[in-house]
Design a protein around this ligand. Structure first.
Ligand code: KG4
Ligand code: ZN
Length: 339
């Protein structure tokens, strides 16, 4: 009988300090996420310096809590997986150095994981992956359509040329004086409003799977400014609904078209914006009529940053024999196709 594999995952690329233990790449044994959102709120976004300090303060507690939750020790682990990029370099380094220290002290293999690979592999904690597959990755820093032919192979077939979807959500939220992170607030308002403002749908050239959200963001800002100048009142619920309708329509349309063109068996939704109710509903409706494609949408806890997803992706790399050495560094611009 095959021995069980326990991978310890660490994630510190942005504003969550997280640790988790995943068994055989599919079962969460422990998962701890310490969020810094409260500390960044008053600045309206993540302040890199503050993020690094929080990670330093939290990391040991978070690591110990994951072991406690599982009732296991580092001696029970087969490897340590850690996000090595992309992300804020100072934040990444806290996780990378913690992972190195544990690997050295307990003589464990060290595995550097790409943050977005982690977001995609969060889906494997729900359902076995069937290839070829397509993942729509929508987070605060990324908006990508990633094609996977097999485990550990990532091809970016479309990406944003300017703002990420989450970034656009956060900027629009700021324009409407909503707190950081703005995505969930816009989502909540949108559910109460009507798509009453004419905002653009940016599709780019015919056939392209790339995205662009900065024009849409500017259109929202202009709508607010123009209304102010004319002394008109903006209905925030309606503006949120119109903005969300534009984002969701373009994301859904391109995902469905790519899924058909690439003949994929599954479509996996990943990243923080995957928590968006409008996007989830729109994809579910669109794929309900594409019978040959299975749509997987993770629960909210697996959409936003966590370490279980890093351990899940790390398990595949571990099984493929991929290892990092003690010279491993944080890579703010790490490329998913090459890592
Ligand atoms: O993946 P994530 O936790 O961190 C990054 O790797 O970037 O994503 C965070 C992003 C933020 O921009 C946040 O506003 C957005 O995800 N977000 C949402 C929702 N929940 C979180 N955006 C739209 N609707 C939501 N419900
Ligand atoms: Zn993320």
């Amino acid at each position: 009988m095959k021995k069980d594999t326990y991978i310890f995952g660490i994630e510190t690329s942005c504003d969550e300090t997280a640790a988790a233990i995943v068994k055989n790449g599919i079962e969460i044994i422990a998962s701890v996420v310490s969020s810094q959102i409260e500390s960044h709120k008053r600045f309206g976004g993540v302040v890199p310096e503050i993020a690094s300090r929080h990670h330093v303060e939290q990391i040991i507690t978070v690591l110990n809590e994951a072991l406690e939750q599982a009732g296991l020790t580092f001696k029970d682990m087969d490897a340590i997986a850690v996000t090595k990029g992309p992300g804020l370099v100072g934040a990444l380094l806290i996780g990378v150095n913690a992972a190195k220290a544990i690997a050295f002290a307990h003589n464990l293999p060290l595995i550097g994981v790409h943050h977005i690979a982690g977001h995609i592999y969060a889906n494997r904690l729900l359902e076995e992956m069937k290839f070829p597959l397509l993942s729509l990755v929508v987070s605060g820093g990324h908006t990508e359509l990633v094609y996977m032919e097999k485990h550990g192979s990532f091809k970016v077939i479309g990406e944003t040329r300017d703002d990420a979807a989450g970034e656009a959500y956060d900027k629009v939220a700021r324009t409407l004086n909503l707190p950081y992170p703005g995505g969930p607030h816009i989502d909540r308002l949108a559910a109460k409003g009507q798509d009453a403002y004419a905002l653009p749908r940016v599709r780019l050239e015919e056939g392209s799977y790339d995205f662009s959200f900065s024009g849409l963001k500017s259109a929202v800002i202009n709508t607010v400014h123009n209304a102010e100048q004319r002394g008109e009142v903006i209905v925030p619920e309606n503006l949120a609904a119109s903005f969300q309708a534009s984002v969701v329509e373009v994301l859904t349309e391109k995902t469905v078209r790519a899924a058909k063109e690439y003949n994929v068996k599954q479509v996996l939704l990943s990243g923080g914006v995957a928590a968006n109710k409008g996007l989830r509903a729109s994809l579910e409706t669109a794929f309900s009529s594409v019978k040959e494609v299975q749509l997987i949408i993770p629960p909210l806890s697996l959409c936003t940053d966590n370490a279980a997803m890093i351990a899940a992706a790390g398990t595949i790399l571990f099984e493929q024999g991929k290892r990092d050495g003690m010279e491993m560094n944080g890579h703010p611009g790490l490329d998913i196709e090459a890592f």
